[in-house]
Design a protein around this ligand. Structure first.
Ligand SMILES: Cc1cc2nc3c(=O)[nH]c(=O)nc-3n(C[C@H](O)[C@H](O)[C@H](O)COP(=O)(O)OP(=O)(O)OC[C@H]3O[C@@H](n4cnc5c(N)ncnc54)[C@H](O)[C@@H]3O)c2cc1C
Length: 283
């Protein structure tokens, strides 16, 4: 959108999109099943046609300098720009259980909308406690009758939740989880503290989400839960700094993030056009 609006755009990307470990992308109409890396490569090819430059690297610092925003990369390069867009996503932290991380994105996942279909009618475990784990239980019950909630300690269910698990036959396990076993890159069982090994096909882990770095906070942007706070146009609380996609709302999907970014790009271009008009009238 900004490239086609003939803006000079540089994307500095550390190259770790959140779904990088997944085999396929779902819920993206017209691209169902495409590999995440392939989708990204296609997107990069598309934007390069409009002069958008993609620079691999990590931004270590962003600060305001008069009317400009100055970004410094970890390797010391400095870019001055009229607007900066935080499109930095979020990081999902897994529960601290040995072996989980090795299977992340395949047999260990977190989003029923992204992976529920593939887990249908399989032996599924939800690992974790709190509202996020409970939501995963309710959503995954729609896909399978073979469901277990592993609290990795007390599951903390209230009376209503206990009544629901009893009525629906959901197994609740409150022993600590010792480790997740894998074999040939697949989940081979979940070992509990007493040595029992549960046979499960897929684990939905109740992850916690956070900003990938202190960039937004150091700039002075408001952080709401795990997302950078913005107005509906994508403006953060810091002039010249915008934020898009899952950096603003960790629950956004790929289509949601891209759709949000499209609207924000229009708002940025409009704001720059207005700035140019004011400048032209002043001179
Ligand atoms: C395992 C898994 C599977 C998923 N499957 C699906 C699916 O099937 N369908 C779906 O719609 N959604 C899926 N999602 C969600 C999807 O990954 C997100 O919706 C999407 O990645 C959000 O896009 P984004 O551009 O906002 O952030 P991201 O894709 O996370 O991109 C952020 C980018 O910013 C970079 N970055 C961060 N900090 C810096 C910095 N300081 N300097 C430079 N670069 C930086 C990162 O390296 C990364 O490349 C899945 C998520 C996971 C975890």
């Amino acid at each position: 959108m900004l490239g086609r609006a003939r803006r000079t755009v540089v994307v500095i990307d550390a190259g770790s999109p959140r779904n990088r470990d997944a085999d396929a992308v779902h819920n993206l109409c017209g691209q169902e099943g495409v590999a995440p890396g392939r989708l990204l490569a296609r997107g990069r090819q598309d934007v390069s046609r409009y002069g958008v430059e993609i620079v691999p690297g990590e931004v270590a610092e962003v600060r305001r300098d008069g009317a400009h925003t100055v970004s410094r990369t970890a390797s010391g390069d400095v870019l001055r720009a009229r607007a900066v867009v935080l499109a930095t996503g979020v990081v999902e932290d897994l529960p601290a259980v040995a072996g989980l991380a090795a299977l992340w994105g395949r047999d260990v996942v977190s989003c029923p909308y992204c992976h529920g279909w593939e887990a249908r009618d399989k032996a599924v475990a939800v690992l974790g406690t709190g509202p996020r784990a409970w939501r995963q239980v309710l959503l995954m019950r729609r896909y399978t009758e073979d469901l277990a909630l592993l609290g990795n300690g007390p599951a903390g269910l209230d009376d209503q939740q206990l009544e629901y698990v009893r009525r629906t036959g959901i197994a609740v396990e409150e022993q600590p989880v010792a480790r997740v076993r894998s074999e040939d890159g697949h989940l081979a069982g979940i070992e509990l503290a007493d040595g029992t090994v549960l046979a499960r096909d897929v684990v939905f882990a109740a992850t916690t989400r956070r900003q990938p770095s202190g960039l937004a906070a150091e700039l002075g942007c408001l952080i709401e839960v795990a997302g950078v706070g913005t107005d509906p146009a994508g403006r953060t609380s810091v002039p010249g700094v915008w934020a898009v996609g899952s950096a603003t709302d960790p629950s956004l999907t790929i289509a949601g993030s891209a759709g949000h970014a499209t609207g924000v790009a229009i708002a940025i271009n409009d704001a720059l056009v207005d700035e140019d008009l004011a400048l032209a009238l002043r001179s």
